[in-house]
Design a protein around this ligand. Structure first.
Ligand SMILES: Nc1ncnc2c1ncn2[C@@H]1O[C@H](COP(=O)(O)OP(=O)(O)OP(=O)(O)O)[C@@H](O)[C@H]1O
Length: 269
């Protein structure tokens, strides 16, 4: 089955800025795919379109067999429950414990108001939160405040939180851009292992070509809002990199310089 179907998606901002121009691809269940592209090529817009934070001007997106339609909020919520998101800036709630942050991952599945949620979470959810923490190797930090962690630990906690959703798809938007190389490798190993052991479809935006080649089977390269290439990562060589990025190579902008970050929008859900 296809986990993700993107069909001739065009996205035009302000009736003149074309961010995506006829993008089509399908991703099979369990595939591991990286999106590459220079700054402004449309990667973030594509991610926001996949999750219904942005409505395509033309074309359609289907996740797990359901069409993503921002107009149908309940339908969209159901689809999003199965889509785990990982962000460059982690998206944790700083002033509460690691354990509470992980519990928040199941918010979409319970009926309590958020303010009282962690007090009244069921024993089953609490047990699951500890299992998710254990899976990322950080159960011993469960009581620590989230802002007293290293970047790598924060990202692993964000992954534990996402596991509470029992996701079928993971969308990772530059998951290691804020991390040092060692922490970055640990996070990538964790994401790849979790995706493989649970047959989760993994779609990542990455800027580092060697990391993309190591952790993805396939890449989709965007250039000026169009699919420039869609192939096995083994075909990426220096000539290809120059054709895609120009001679200066990929650049990685600070998160706060990006328009309409998906993380900000996800927080407002
Ligand atoms: N909310 C918005 N309003 C207007 N234009 C936008 C908006 N979001 C993105 N754009 C424009 O759409 C194009 C694609 O932007 P997008 O952020 O999707 O690219 P990107 O590949 O993610 O870039 P980066 O690598 O810098 O994050 C750019 O020209 C950008 O300026």
């Amino acid at each position: 089955m296809n986990a993700i179907e993107v069909n001739k998606v065009r996205k035009v901002y302000n009736q003149r800025d074309v961010a995506l121009d006829g993008v089509s691809f399908t991703i099979k269940e369990g595939e591991s795919v990286v999106i590459l592209g220079h700054n402004g090529s449309g990667k973030s817009t594509l991610f926001r379109t996949l999750t219904g934070f942005e409505e395509p001007t033309e074309g359609s997106v289907t996740l797990l067999g359901r069409e993503v339609d921002p107009g149908k909020r309940r339908h969209l919520r159901e689809t999003r429950k199965k889509v785990g998101m990982v962000f460059q800036a982690f998206g944790l709630v700083d002033n509460v414990s690691v354990f509470q942050n992980v519990l928040f991952g199941a918010l979409g599945q319970v009926k309590f108001a958020p303010a009282t949620y962690s007090l009244f979470a069921s024993e089953a959810l609490r047990t699951r939160a500890m299992e998710c923490l254990d899976r990322v190797g950080l159960a011993h930090l469960s009581e620590r405040r989230a802002d007293r962690l290293s970047g790598g630990q924060k990202q692993r906690i964000a992954i534990a939180r996402m596991l509470m959703q029992d996701p079928e798809i993971i969308l990772a938007d530059e998951p290691i851009a804020s991390l040092d190389p060692k922490a970055g490798r640990e996070v990538m190993d964790l994401l790849a292992d979790i995706a493989a052991e649970r047959n989760i479809t993994l779609l990542m935006i990455l800027h580092q070509i060697p990391i993309a080649k190591k952790y993805a089977d396939r890449f989709i390269a965007l250039k000026n809002g169009e699919v420039f290439a869609d192939n096995n990562v083994s075909v990426i060589d220096e000539d290809f990199e120059t054709a895609l990025f120009g001679s200066e190579g990929p650049k990685d902008p600070p998160a706060d310089e990006k328009p309409g970050s998906m993380e900000q929008e996800a927080k407002s859900l």
